[in-house]
Design a protein around this ligand. Structure first.
Ligand code: SAM
Length: 236
């Protein structure tokens, strides 16, 4: 079933207008008919079954609340910035796989250069990519993309459980560190994190984990972590 996010709190039986872009999508792209039903997530992250009505405008009638427990605890993905095409892919897949926040990281070996003048537009574009992926994958929560931060500022994004994927870790494997608690995880850039950076993260109580014997590309490593979190949580 199709899903949209609206920026207001919805009530049962309320009739509301979809915005211009959503109206175009419902009427012209999907060619939906009066009476068809979709899911709508409101500003409280409550999910509703909504019936479509189309005349000069596209409206929705709120029928009932759908309980959705799919995104129970927060997953903050701190990802070292990588090249644009891979970064956009990473954002889309991270949203599909359940990340609730992506924090772009600038670490010592990050090659990506921030163009301050174009940054606001980029952040908007990044959030558009994750919003569309959340809608497409029927998530009831959004995946916010933050402003890029330096690794030293990561203390603003700590969770109950904090891990860093480190290819030199030999003893602790990712799957043993996942539970129901909120989690922040860090993935380094293509050149990896430096020893100093790893020590800094450990001083903030990050646990180093291995993702196995193979060295994964940065974007693969992040998606691997999200998949393991999903598999572990949904089998608990
Ligand atoms: N430059 C490093 C090297 O050649 O050894 C590899 C860096 S890897 C391409 C990019 C990031 O993915 C790493 O900083 C780490 O966070 C994560 N990563 C990739 N493979 C991993 C593994 N097997 N275990 C733990 N982390 C891994």
């Amino acid at each position: 079933m199709r899903q949209y996010f609206v920026e207001k709190k919805l009530e049962i039986n309320e009739i509301f207008d979809f915005n211009e872009k959503q109206s175009h999508h419902i009427k012209t792209v999907l060619r939906m008919k009066v009476g068809e039903k979709i899911r709508v997530v409101d500003s409280n992250n409550d999910v509703f079954l909504v019936e479509i009505d189309i005349d000069s405008k596209v409206r929705g009638k709120v029928l009932e609340n759908i309980f959705d427990l799919s995104d129970v605890s927060e997953i903050t993905y701190c990802a070292a910035l990588i090249k644009k095409d891979k970064w956009n892919f990473l954002l889309q897949k991270a949203a599909e796989l359940g990340a609730t926040k992506v924090v772009p990281l600038i670490s010592n070996r990050t090659i990506f250069k921030i163009d301050e003048q174009r940054l606001e537009k980029r952040i908007q574009r990044w959030n558009k990519i994750t919003l569309e992926a959340c809608q497409q994958s029927n998530r009831s929560s959004k995946c916010e993309v933050e402003r890029p931060i330096k690794l030293k500022e990561i203390d603003k994004f700590l969770s109950e459980n904090n891990i860093v994927a480190y290819e030199n870790e030999q003893n602790i494997c990712l799957a043993d560190c996942i539970d129901e608690k909120s989690i922040t995880f860090v993935i380094g850039p293509e050149g990896g994190l430096t020893e100093d950076e790893i020590e800094y993260l450990q001083s903030l109580n990050f646990t180093c984990v291995s993702l196995g014997k193979r060295i994964l590309r940065a974007e693969t490593a992040g998606l691997y972590v999200l998949s393991v979190i999903d598999a572990k949580r949904n089998s608990l």
